[in-house]
Design a binder for this molecule. Structure first.
Ligand code: IPD
Ligand code: CA
Ligand code: CA
Length: 270
């Protein structure tokens, strides 16, 4: 068995265990929901319990690896060859409202490059897995991106970061512009599921600004292994630290990139 296969299997064990924790707390949070700082940026007892389970499993199997986890922050040397990027509950706002779009996302960067990704949606029991060179699966069946090549026939998905009230660079203009050019733009509230859905062909493209490594490392591996493309908005190589991502089935990539670069200002809308 290759190292990547081992990492993938242990990440799967962790994601399934974390998913069971999330299912256990669903609908039982009562007042165990707090804001982290910005309005709407929630954290719950379930986020923390899910993360604890993931960290225990990864530490036990890979004590030499480092971690970047949403709730615990940086654990170990962040320049380590192996760095896990963990979102124990992607879609916390949905989860707190019992809206069923949320997931566990566990990705592994090897020398800074996303190489392993597991996204688990416990509500629908959908397990997305991928590792570089090993393909992408949903519930153990191979997946691939859609064949849609026209924006006018495409369905897209995006998201709005928690700083949206503080900046005019808040993705509203992009959302309006692309809503007009396509069959629709969804806002699921889970970046990890957005990437997984592009990977399995349910939507044709996804873009977002203000994302963190734990939101997208796993999904980037999944999408690339499913035949999709991931870049910066302008088509140049994707840089995690930029917080911006353009991820598509590859066939609409250039067209969507052009529209994102040339989006008209919101003030031009009636
Ligand atoms: C959020 C979700 C959402 C995205 C936000 C993320 P969280 O993650 O992925 O879809 O639009 O930018 O922060 O806070 O639910 O883990
Ligand atoms: Ca997240
Ligand atoms: Ca989260």
């Amino acid at each position: 068995m290759t190292n990547l296969q081992i990492f993938l299997d242990i990440a799967t064990e962790a994601a399934l265990a974390a998913g069971a924790v999330l299912q256990g707390y669903l609908g039982k949070l009562e007042d165990a929901i707090t804001e982290k700082g910005r309005p709407g940026d929630l954290v719950t007892v379930a986020d923390k319990a899910s993360e604890a389970v993931i960290l225990e499993i990864l530490h036990r199997h890979f004590p030499q690896h480092s971690i970047l986890a949403e709730e615990s922050g940086k654990l170990g040397n962040q320049d380590n060859q192996y760095l896990w990027a963990i979102d124990p509950l992607d879609g916390t706002t949905n989860y707190a409202h019992q809206y069923s779009a949320f997931a566990v996302s566990i990705g592994l960067l090897v020398n800074g490059v996303p190489q392993v990704g597991v996204i688990y949606d416990p509500f629908h029991d959908e397990l997305f897995r991928a590792a570089t060179g090993l393909g992408a699966t949903r519930n153990r069946h191979a997946i691939k991106v859609s064949e849609i090549s026209e924006l006018s026939k495409s369905l897209l998905v995006t998201g709005f970061a928690y700083d949206r009230r503080e900046t005019s660079d808040n993705n509203y203009a992009e959302f309006c512009h692309l809503t007009h050019l396509t069959q629709g733009v969804r806002r699921s509230g889970s970046a990890a599921l957005d990437l997984a859905y592009v990977a399995c062909g349910r939507v044709d493209g996804y873009w977002e600004r203000g994302i963190s490594p734990w939101d997208v490392v796993a999904g980037v591996v999944l999408l690339r292994e499913a035949g999709g493309e991931v870049t910066a908005y302008d088509g140049t190589p994707f840089k995690i630290a930029s917080g911006r991502i353009l991820a598509t089935n590859g066939k609409i990539h250039e067209k969507l990139s052009r529209e994102l670069v040339e989006v008209p200002p919101l003030s031009s809308w009636k």
